[in-house]
Write a protein that binds this ligand. Sequence first.
Ligand SMILES: CC(C)(COP(=O)(O)OP(=O)(O)OC[C@H]1O[C@@H](n2cnc3c(N)ncnc32)[C@H](O)[C@@H]1OP(=O)(O)O)[C@@H](O)C(=O)NCCC(=O)NCCS
Length: 247
Amino acid sequence: MTKTKFNIGDRVKAIKGSQMGNIGTIEKVLPGINTNTEAEYQVGFPTTPYGMTLPESSIQKVSKGDSTVYTTESVKRRGAISTAFTEAEYLTEAHTGGTIKTVTHNDVTGKHFAGWFFKMDDWANITPSQFPLSLITHDDEIAVYGYFNGDKLDGIIRVDDYDDSYELSFFFVNKALQHQGIGQQLFQSVLNRYKDKKLILYVYKDNSPAIHIYKKYGFKITGTDYGRGYKPQSPHYIMQRDVNRGV
Ligand SMILES: CC(C)(COP(=O)(O)OP(=O)(O)OC[C@H]1O[C@@H](n2cnc3c(N)ncnc32)[C@H](O)[C@@H]1OP(=O)(O)O)[C@@H](O)C(=O)NCCC(=O)NCCS
């Protein structure tokens, strides 16, 4: 669906141009040069076409009435901001309407969450009562963020603070709502929160959808290992995002 008016916080997906496939957030709404026919939206995207973290934003100009978008990108590379002009035809909406916030004990004990989380393949061999919910509850020691549709918790991700890096884990989206961009919104919000931090994660080698997302957002495979999680015999990749890597 095409939309020509956006509000701050709306999630949009570039379907053409250098940001194609990436989901961004409307950060600012500005009048266009011709305010009657145009509006400008500042959209924050997580990566540049070069696979770098993008701390700056792209300006998307949306002509009201049709959905043509011309894109000016401010790309920060090694501290210097360069501007590139690309063209995108229009933006489409990703799954919108959700909110990302920290996950409380009540959220994870709620019926809605239990209704999908404990049906995930990873928990096939354990019952909900065996699962320590403190592992996925935000507190002083660990950060846990959730994607909420109203008060329904439909996505979750955990961040552990180690001395020299942060580890991402427990990344899950309600199966009924997968493939609509929720996972990427959640993942991207964590990347934004931990912009200049070294991030690490472990993923089973056969988990193509997750690996696809991690690579898309600038993570690289840095090693392989065994022995983590609930499938200790399954080999997994170690992936890291290096914020200091060059172009
Ligand atoms: C990983 C997970 C959180 C993603 O959530 P989601 O809401 O479905 O993710 P999104 O809709 O934002 O994105 C899915 C992406 O994977 C891609 N994808 C889907 N199936 C794929 C496959 N088999 N191979 C490669 N990519 C695939 C989609 O095309 C999409 O990318 P695109 O937007 O570039 O096209 C969800 O699949 C999940 O809960 N999986 C089970 C738990 C898990 O494995 N967690 C990761 C542990 S490390």
